[in-house]
Design a protein around this ligand. Structure first.
Ligand code: BGC
Length: 253
């Protein structure tokens, strides 16, 4: 089939409320067509979610391009090893295989923050940056991507660092700010503690802050008191889809 979508890699961003996808133009780091969103099914078991992935792909013309899928958990060789904020049935599931079988496409699953990190370093706020860049996503949990000289060290899971006796994401994720109705100032204090810990352990050259709340970066980034440069992500909610498509393309190669 000819047309805009064929052969292009496709990215799917699997989140707690929505599953979003689009074919991606990797030259530009942009969607090649408007993205489509479908509500995340409940319960969000791997089978139910894989059905939605197939439905989503069916809304675009057929293509033989690889499909990248983000999952908010540790993914090693296509198998999910953790599920902090999603249905526990994902643990131990070979999702590359399951979703490939359901969709008939060449599927490569990647941690959600790793996908965002790849996209930000290739096309966004850390474009062309050498040395160690740490991309964190502040959302329901805290995701992290460690990227050194443009190469991803996958599954860093720095949202689960223990800080002051707490799992960091349970103190400083964006969902915690909302739930506890923290002021920007009070949230920034918690983020300062968190990023100082990361600084102490990793001495990165740059932090990039993603997740939905990065739209409001001017409200809280200037209040985070650390030495390292810290900037807002640029790709915003496109980062997962673009990063997943990039990951799948590189994994296929
Ligand atoms: C998960 C990570 C994920 C992050 C953001 C954490 O709870 O352990 O794998 O990247 O949430 O979704």
């Amino acid at each position: 089939m000819s047309g805009k979508g064929s052969g292009l890699p496709f990215g799917i961003d699997f989140g707690g409320t929505g599953i979003k996808g689009a074919p991606v133009d990797l030259e530009k780091g942009e969607f090649a067509q408007d993205r489509v969103r479908i509500d995340t099914p409940h319960p969000s078991t791997p089978d139910a979610v894989a059905e939605v992935f197939a439905e989503l792909l069916g809304k675009f013309e057929s293509s033989d391009g690889p499909v990248g899928v983000t999952v908010p958990g540790v993914v090693v060789k296509g198998v999910v090893h953790s599920a902090a904020n999603i249905d526990k049935h994902w643990i131990g599931e070979d999702v590359d295989q399951l979703i490939t079988a359901k969709t008939g496409r060449d599927v490569h699953v990647v941690n959600d923050a790793d996908a965002a990190g790849l996209a930000e370093v290739r096309y966004g706020a850390a474009e062309g940056h050498r040395g160690l860049v740490i991309v964190t996503t502040l959302g329901t949990g805290i995701g992290s991507a460690l990227v050194y000289d443009g190469v991803l060290v996958p599954n860093s899971e720095l949202g689960h660092l223990e800080v002051d006796g707490h799992d960091a994401e349970r103190r400083a994720a964006s969902s915690v700010r909302e739930r506890e109705d923290l002021s920007w100032h009070d949230w920034a204090k918690r983020l300062t503690t968190y990023y100082r810990k990361l600084e102490q352990l990793f001495s990165p050259e740059l932090f990039v802050v993603g997740g939905g709340v990065s739209k409001k970066a001017d409200q809280f980034l200037p209040l985070i008191d650390i030495e390292t440069q810290i900037v807002a992500a640029k790709l915003r909610n496109a980062a997962g889809i673009v990063g997943a498509a990039l990951y799948a393309t590189e994994a296929r190669e």
